[in-house]
Ligand binder design. Structure first.
Ligand code: ACO
Length: 181
């Protein structure tokens, strides 16, 4: 096999089909068509794609990894209470990572780490933004290792947060503080 040349770029409308296929392949949860439309049109969602420029036959711009995130108002989230509430700054925000995935053959190359770095850099660039956070299902060891290794803090275990095929699973809530928390 060849040596990959990984590049990062925003997700665009032409990524729609591959983005949907990767989500269906990678996650046990089904996402609505509206979610994918919002991602590719960057409607209230920021995202980054990883591509392998060394892939032949027109695949050099095809998604092999992605991260999607949303800016939310801190006071409207379940972790708003963790930030020091400043009545002079009611517009405090957070960045919520919705989905993160890497195609199996490209795992363990540091691609997820780079995608998360992009999100942290983006979040840090907003003075109003105080943290990046996400939920992960409690049995997802690779993802939990990744977030711990990147210094995310696990602050909560949410009982029965996910409902998959009629079964409940717990989730962990991970936070990475930026701009002083
Ligand atoms: N076992 C243990 N630790 C792992 C594993 C693994 N299989 N994979 C990654 N890690 C940890 C390691 O600590 C690694 O650091 P190291 O190589 O220095 O030891 C660190 O994560 C970074 O690894 P990357 O190579 O950047 O991770 P990768 O590109 O392989 O992607 C991911 C990791 C996204 C979890 C991938 O396995 C995947 O797509 N899994 C299926 C989808 C998924 O679980 N997504 C996250 C769900 S949570 C959410 O979406 C908000």
């Amino acid at each position: 096999s060849h040596r990959p040349t990984i590049c990062y770029r925003p997700i665009q409308p032409s990524d729609l089909e591959v983005l949907e296929r990767l989500h269906a392949d990678i996650f046990p949860i089904r996402y609505e068509e509206e979610f994918f439309q919002s991602v590719v049109h960057a409607r209230d969602i920021v995202s980054w794609a990883a591509v392998d420029r060394s892939r032949p036959n027109g695949h050099s711009d095809e998604l092999i990894g992605f991260v999607t995130a949303r800016i939310v108002l801190a006071k409207e989230t379940e972790i708003g209470d963790l930030l020091i509430y400043d009545p002079l700054k009611p517009d405090q925000t957070l960045v919520y990572i919705m989905t993160l995935g890497v195609v199996e053959t490209y795992r363990n190359l540091g691609i997820a780490r780079s995608l998360i770095r992009q999100v942290i850099k983006y979040a840090s660039s907003f003075p109003t933004c105080h943290a990046v956070y996400l939920h992960v299902i409690s049995y997802n060891i690779p993802a939990i290792h990744l977030y711990k290794k990147m210094s995310f803090k696990c602050i909560r275990r949410l009982q029965g947060f996910y409902l998959i095929n009629g079964q409940h699973y717990d989730s962990f809530l991970f936070v990475y503080y930026v701009n002083g928390g």
